[in-house]
Design a protein. Sequence first.
Length: 644
Amino acid sequence: MVLFTFVCTTVVLAQRGYYDAPYTRYEANLGVLSNGAVTTAKSFSQADLQSEASGQICVALNSIAAAVAWNLTTTADGMVVRYSVPEGTTATIGIYNGTTRVAGLNLTSYWSWEYLATSDVTITNANPKKRFDEVRFKFPIPIAAMDTLTLVLESGTASIDFVEMELIAPPIVAPADAVTYIGNGSTLQAFIDAHSGQKIFIPTGFYSIPTELYFGVNSTSLIGAGMWYTEIHFSTVLQANKGGLRADASGISFSNLYLTTSNASRSNAYKGINGVFTSTSIIQNVWVEHFECGAWIAQYNTNGPSFADGFLITNCRFRNNFADGINLCKGTSNAVVEHCNFRNNGDDDQAIWSADGLECINNTFRYTTSENCWRASGMAIYGGKNNKAHHLLIRDNVEVGIRISNAFPGVGFNDVGLHELHDITISNCGTFNALFRDNVGAIAIDCGNGAGTQVKNVKFSLIDILDSKNDAISFQKYSGDGIYNLTFEAITINGTGKEFPYNNLNNSTSKRGYFINFSNYPNGNATYCNMSYSNRGGNALTNENTLSIGTFSWTPAVICLPLTTEIENLDSIQVFPNPASTNITIESTDQKTITKITISDFTGKMILTQLNSTSVNIATLSKGVYFLEVFSGEGKKVCKFVKE
């Protein structure tokens, strides 16, 4: 008699992205339009403004009094408007609560319309970028749920992508053990120096700062009244390192602040947050906008810790910056970035880069949303080992969703350890025409020789790649050796080639829209299982393009197990073959092969994940633990199958 033990558990399917963000989005094209407001056609062409909008659609307000309105689903008094105005112009929109005009908002192109090809001769994509920006407004009286919010054009012309509305908490009061700053900002650095090692509270107000704020003494904290209340504005323009917050000691923390700047360039600029943070550091409830980068974590001085280690960034917003959202750089290790929003940034939203000979190890991005990134990727790993990204939402990027690459100099991919990326949704990403005219997938794995000659040891699992503008997954060797030891498990690809035939300035006859595309004859190997393909688009004639696969081995996995970290809430333990005693029935014609599994109170699709098949020859399995996934409209159950 063959004995089997089944442990069936209910899986809690954790949400992806910044699911607990305090704001609700109202898309302009889903609002009520009047007085000549029109919805643009959906377009993936980079020449069109709406290609940078959410879902590649926005609403044009081209005549005075054109309006868009929404009935709010929840009470709110904080508003963010994502908009675009023509280059070199301004516009004004009236804000109405019902029929009452509350205020007028000025819209400007000051931080918009980047032409990167004019400042870098190596860039061959001349399309304008960063055509959208955002403005925020706090209502004096909240708009009640079911009441109407209306935006009305009063001057100029404007395009509206969406608004986000939230109910703002009251301002934070100074902690009992904090010292309170009472100046206008001009003396803030002196106040920090005089109270180093303490909690420094900045009350509600606008503070103009002409220099970088430097924190060089351990255990110093800068605390605001809230990201809607305490605004620190850095006024210096086109002077490198003359703005932002820099940590250069252990235990530096920042919280409840809005950081912005007059700078409007990636060059000769500065980061919103810079320096090193340690195990007692936390950056929380900080909103960073219009800087060169949102946060660049690395040590460029000689006084403090040599690299960042063990800190937390949580509930922050990194938006409308000219380069990276966050870059964990130069040996940053054991950091966690969670519950954050990245939007409209001009380089990698979330990056891990082992630069300058310092390896980045065991960092985690989780429960974050990356959207409308107009250069590079939503998530990138450049070398190091054991870094993780999970439960991410990446959408509407001009270029890549996730990039794995050794293109930049530094420590390459370690021979040991494993980078793990799982439970991620990528939609409307990838392009046939990236900044340097390169052809990239929604997931792009690139091999060069900037940091070693190999990309290796990366696992992707439970990834949904939806409506890719180009290919879904691209493997490309630019130089170096190749791509080794990659794993793909439970990858769902639905829709490719959405931008075809646009974004093809050179009139290339190359095919695009592949589910998997191999370029330039890489060496290496990858295994896959439970790959689901549907709705191939573009002009690709096959699901996988292997014409330039070279010696690369792309093979089915022998065994494919689901992640077990989410398995919770033990239901029961059942022993077979005695199905009469349980609600799980196994049918077998030869006592060796499972032909059907029925769970009487849980019907739906059933997949035996470990062997990429719906039948298992029990006699050929060695003793050990296997897994069975059972799906239905109610969710998912996972059965742990033990052969004794």
